[in-house]
Ligand binder design. Structure first.
Ligand SMILES: Cc1ncc(COP(=O)(O)O)c(C=O)c1O
Length: 366
């Protein structure tokens, strides 16, 4: 949970900056008279020939600014994609034909579906494990080309021991990827723990306002960066310019939003643990996602999400507003996720208002 980062700003400050300072200061235009302080939105499908950019699919100064900030926060080089799943697909495409990929049984269901789809088409073999069972993950690493971790997992909130798994996976000759969407670089820095690649759905906390879709991959290895950039250039899973700008604007306040949402989540977790309607409260101890399991199962979950006025019934997470949903309403969610599990994405509203609304709805489901 390191908070210090370094970035490539031209400033005279040479010691590592705190993550909060990096989030605010990295990826800015040069400090020169008449330069804007904020990165402009550069709408361009092509550029004057013989420079570094050439064509809109190969690069854009607005994407580059977001990539500089997120790369600095994670401690590597960042590439953005059109969505989190486009980033996931690009990374999974790195493995050779027929390779074995170890993956989480409870990852974001889109990731599990991609693994299943690739397996059905004979592209790879997926070995699904509980990422919080370190021994089981290590045992599965044999012959694997890639170990895909998601930590914490969506929506089960299992946490992986990234350092121990990365050491074992590397001994077995496998690359290690961590989808760190729930943790953000402020609560987990997988590259420092030994992972080779970090993936984010920047749609979530990094953007933070429920108005943008974006994905990101961060690596330290220059060769790996070039391969991923080559794939993005070729396939065209590029971010939108406006989306990148919105995400950059959101990223500037990540530390403030996360601090408030996390404090709210911790207060709600304590109070939810005392409610009879709730049989289980899952919370990894950091971040602002909480999963609760209701005694009344699916029926209680469906009633709960219809019984609030502040909490919004919606999928997705990581925005300033509090949202929730019963995850098993999606047929793609694995049967090992309890029917009555409701995932809460705690926002930055006043916690007493949030509790009054949620507590009243819990009274309805009992
Ligand atoms: C952990 C995690 N990874 C990846 C994704 C996919 O990201 P996107 O929706 O931006 O494609 C999601 C989406 O919910 C997610 O929660």
């Amino acid at each position: 949970m390191a908070e210090k980062t370094e970035h490539g700003s031209s400033s005279a400050v040479s010691s590592p900056l705190s993550a909060a300072t990096t989030a605010v200061t990295a990826g800015r235009p040069p400090r020169e008279p008449d330069q804007p302080l904020n990165t402009p939105i550069t709408m361009a499908s092509t550029y004057g020939a013989t420079g570094d950019l050439e064509y809109g699919r190969y690069g854009n100064p607005t994407w580059a600014a977001f990539e500089e900030v997120l790369g600095a926060l994670e401690g590597g080089r960042c590439l953005t994609f059109s969505s989190g799943l486009a980033a996931v697909a690009t990374v999974l495409d790195l493995v050779g034909q027929g390779a074995t990929v170890v993956g989480p049984r409870h990852a974001y269901n889109g990731t599990v579906m991609q693994l299943g789809d690739l397996e059905t088409r004979g592209r790879l073999r997926a070995r699904l494990v509980d990422v919080s069972d370190t021994a089981a993950v290590i045992a599965a690493c044999d012959d694997a080309a890639l170990v895909w971790l998601e930590s914490p997992t969506n929506p089960a909130l299992e946490v992986a021991d990234i350092g121990t798994i990365a050491r074992a996976a590397h001994q077995a000759g496998a690359y290690v990827v961590v989808d760190s969407t729930f943790a953000t670089p402020l609560r987990q820095r997988p590259l420092e723990l030994g992972a080779d690649l970090v993936v984010h759905s920047a749609t979530k906390y990094l953007s933070g306002h429920g108005d943008t879709m974006l994905g990101a991959v961060i690596v330290q290895d220059d060769q790996l960066y070039d391969v991923l950039k080559g794939r993005r250039d070729l396939v065209g899973a590029i971010p939108g310019t406006l989306e990148s700008w919105l995400a950059l604007r959101g990223l500037r306040t990540l530390h403030l939003r996360l601090e408030r949402a996390e404090t709210n989540a911790q207060t709600l977790v304590e109070r939810l643990r005392g409610r009879a309607a709730v049989t289980e409260v899952r919370y990894p101890g950091f971040g602002a996602i909480v999963s609760i399991v209701l005694a009344g199962g699916a029926e209680a979950g469906d009633l709960l999400v219809r019984s609030t006025s502040l909490w919004v019934h919606a999928t997705s997470l990581g925005g300033v507003e509090s949202t929730f949903e019963r995850r098993r309403r999606w047929s793609s969610e694995p049967a090992t996720i309890p029917d009555g599990l409701v995932r809460l994405s705690v926002g930055v509203e006043d916690v007493e208002d949030l509790w009054r609304d949620l507590s009243g709805a819990l009274d309805e489901v009992m």
